[in-house]
Design a protein around this ligand. Structure first.
Ligand SMILES: Cc1cc2nc3c(=O)[nH]c(=O)nc-3n(C[C@H](O)[C@H](O)[C@H](O)COP(=O)(O)OP(=O)(O)OC[C@H]3O[C@@H](n4cnc5c(N)ncnc54)[C@H](O)[C@@H]3O)c2cc1C
Length: 403
């Protein structure tokens, strides 16, 4: 056996899983298409990630949080509103009895911390390299890896596909996917307002799509503005002053006057769901299993919970002398994760559908919904716990316990 576990795709989710497994003495190989440190690494780019409270605890359990905390901005208030309509809801860390509802960290910073952890954990990283063929067997899975002109065959007990939404390894292990284009893209940038952000995040639903502002370092906000594909070119063509004026018009004055913006990047948005999570000696996790709309900041958080739960399942199997790639072990993982994955998909997809509907009675109903949400503590608490990643069966790492 060349490794206990081979992970195809060393983005945020794959690298987190590798870090967790290596810390427990498992032999892990990552096969990654783009070398770490490359400016164009797709997993560790300019986007910022709103980490749920539960994700912070997982990263802490992996030993990464002390380094990330220095660059993280806490979210202590979230304000949710519907443009052009009354009503709104507020979630606060104080009401939930936590120091912060979540934390905002740059994907690039997480990538750097993970890269160091992979080195310290002696994870074997093959990059640039691609998984080109997979042959599951009785005792092991054989994985053919192409790196430049070379091809190598590696054997492991388990193959994990963590190669993102366009996963080719998912298809190679025989798992199909359902895809739906949202007809929308996310335009992201950083903006500065003339008022301190005071650790407030905003989610504003507009008739063209949701607009989110996340508090970040140097009193900036990270902005995620969802628009129809056809509007992207218009937004990109605007001067900085024109862009700030358009943003102000869409968002209003609740966060103050926007005075500066950074460079803009675009992400087309699709919902992708793998039809199964497991196949013979293979598991699909992270965006390869579920690529979500970024509306509620759930994607990485959900993928990190996949990684923490899979690490726990594999480590426990090893401790009791079981084969971590056996059908029973993989079925147990799939049973565990199904509910959380469905919940996060329904939440994000439901929000996008509900709030992009112009039909007046529906607009009224959703505003009543926001008002009710704000007035009924149990409802608000339920939403806060869901977005903090604290509902359902939690992996040990998310509960602050060692793996
Ligand atoms: C605008 C935007 C904002 C977002 N904001 C948030 C947020 O606030 N909170 C949150 O939780 N989530 C957020 N997300 C979602 C989050 O970014 C993703 O869910 C997360 O990055 C997925 O990580 P991953 O490792 O599963 O996949 P990826 O990041 O796609 O990584 C896949 C990796 O696999 C590699 N790869 C691809 N093909 C192969 C192959 N054949 N062989 C080997 N390697 C391969 C790639 O190079 C890459 O490194 C946001 C997404 C967008 C678009």
């Amino acid at each position: 056996m060349d490794a206990d576990v081979i992970i195809a795709g060393g983005g945020l989710v794959g690298a987190s899983l590798a870090t967790a497994l290596a810390a427990q003495g498992l032999r892990v190989t990552i096969v990654e298409a783009v070398p770490y440190g490359a400016a164009a690494h797709p997993g560790f780019d300019d986007r910022v990630i709103a980490l749920a409270y539960g994700s912070m605890r997982i990263l802490d359990g992996l030993g990464l949080w002390p380094e990330l905390a220095a660059e993280a901005t806490p979210i202590r208030h979230i304000h949710i509103s519907d443009r052009g309509h009354f009503g709104g809801a507020r979630l606060t860390a104080r009401e939930e009895g936590v120091p912060a509802l979540g934390y905002v960290v740059a994907a690039r910073s997480m990538g750097n911390a993970l890269e160091r952890a992979l080195g310290a954990g002696h994870v074997r990283v093959l990059a640039p390299a691609l998984v080109v063929a997979v042959t599951p067997g009785e005792d092991a899975v054989e994985v053919t890896v192409e790196s430049g002109d070379e091809e190598v065959r590696l054997r492991a007990a388990l193959l994990v596909a963590a190669d993102g939404g366009e996963s080719t390894v998912r298809a190679a292990v025989g798992i199909g996917a359902r895809t739906r284009d949202y007809g929308q893209s996310a335009v992201i940038t950083n903006v500065l307002s003339d008022r301190p952000h005071q650790d407030r995040a905003f989610e504003r639903f507009t008739d063209t799509g949701p607009l989110a502002l996340l508090p970040m370092t140097d009193n900036r906000y990270s902005m995620v503005w969802t628009v129809a594909h056809r509007q992207v070119e218009d937004l990109l063509a605007l001067s900085d002053a024109g862009f700030l004026a358009a943003l102000q018009e869409r968002f209003g004055m609740r966060a103050g006057r926007f005075v500066r913006s950074g460079s803009r990047a675009v992400y087309p948005l699709r919902l992708i769901r793998a039809r199964q999570q497991v196949a013979a000696r293979a598991v699909v996790i992270g965006n390869a299993a579920h690529t979500l709309h970024p509306v509620a900041g759930q994607g990485f958080n959900l993928g990190l919970r996949d990684a923490a739960a899979l690490a726990e399942t594999v480590v426990d199997a090893r401790r009791r002398g079981a084969d971590p790639g056996s059908p029973e072990v993989l079925r147990a993982y799939a049973r565990w994760r199904g509910m959380d994955q469905n919940r996060a998909t329904l939440l994000t997809d439901g929000l996008v559908r509900l709030f992009s509907h112009p039909f007046a009675p529906l607009a009224l109903a959703r505003n009543m919904g926001l008002v009710t949400l704000d007035l009924v503590p149990a409802l608000k608490h339920g939403l806060a716990r869901t977005t903090m990643g604290l509902v359902g069966r939690q992996p040990r790492l998310a509960r602050g316990r060692p793996l």
